[in-house]
Design a protein. Structure first.
Length: 298
């Protein structure tokens, strides 16, 4: 083992902190699982059909994939995909759609920019996700969805952006009700950007004091009104485990409703596969959050 360098954050030296924010260092099957997710999503789209793809903004990337339930006034689950803020496309996160549709809910995946394509500005991604959710709330009734039963979830960097949405001041920023989101699911996200800024992710994200302050959800829990589910796997990096434990604890300390789920023996890329299974850790929790029955999703 190389000699340990000076501490950068907690007891991490630079190399250890970089590894703690790099899931590839802890998930040796990362590429296999990403390839499987993409293939599973293609299979799901063949079974249920391609989504309706509509614009929520003027940029070419600002599109939403809507997988529609056949039920009238269906609840809506909005999934914010991960990819370290720098990869991933909405079509490749379709695999959970079939479960939600069978349970009687719409499944919606927004498309948004990769951070390296907007000069490393994470605020652009946060703005796009917020505008996408605002568009869904205002327009989903035209697609058979119920705007008063809108739920938001996300995983990894998408878990971070979902938490940003959940701690948004919707009244001030969008002139919408404060409680447009009725429940949230944050899976393996990052909620305090201070240590992330110190890691190798700063090579492609342009962190500054304003970004860290604005986009660290743990600093804005006064705006959280929706019940929240937080989840992580025990085979994830130590920083991702810590971030999720401490975020759930902070939400609870703030007097807000939160449920912490721990996926035993799951790594960062294995855990989200359970979202499409009504008896999986995340699938079961999502249906419970939305008040839907597992039996209907089989």
């Amino acid at each position: 083992m190389p000699e340990k360098g000076p501490p950068v954050f907690l007891d991490y030296d630079q190399a250890a902190l970089d590894a703690a924010y790099d899931q590839a260092a802890y998930a040796l099957n990362r590429e296999q699982l990403i390839t499987r997710r993409i293939a599973d999503s293609a299979t799901a789209r063949r079974r249920i059909g391609e989504p309706e793809r509509v614009a929520y903004g003027s940029a070419e990337i600002e599109r939403i994939d809507i997988y529609r339930s056949g039920r009238a006034a269906a609840p809506v689950f909005v999934f914010i995909h991960g990819g370290a803020w720098r990869s991933g496309r909405s079509k490749d996160f379709a695999s959970p759609a079939e479960m939600f549709l069978r349970a009687g809910a719409h499944y919606v995946v927004p498309e948004f920019a990769w951070v390296q394509d907007v000069g490393g500005n994470l605020m652009v991604l946060a703005d796009q996700v917020r505008r996408a959710i605002a568009w869904i709330y205002r327009n989903i009734a035209r697609f058979g969805g119920d705007p008063n039963r809108l739920y938001v979830g996300g995983q990894s960097s998408g878990g971070h952006l979902a938490a940003v949405a959940l701690t948004t001041d919707w009244q001030c920023q969008f002139r919408l009700p404060a409680d447009i989101i009725k429940g949230g699911m944050c899976v393996s996200g990052m909620y305090d950007l201070t240590p992330v800024r110190l890691s190798a992710r700063s090579r492609y994200v342009r962190f500054d004091d304003a970004t860290v302050a604005a986009l660290s959800p743990t600093r804005h829990l006064d705006r959280l009104v929706a019940p929240l589910t937080v989840a992580y796997g025990t085979c994830e990096t130590p920083e991702f485990q810590r971030q999720n434990r401490e975020f759930a604890a902070a939400v609870e300390a703030a007097g807000k409703k939160v449920r912490l789920l721990i996926g035993e023996h799951y790594n960062h890329f294995e855990l989200p596969e359970s979202l499409g299974n009504p008896y999986g850790l995340l699938g079961r929790a999502a249906l419970e959050l939305m008040g839907l029955k597992r039996e209907d999703a089989r």
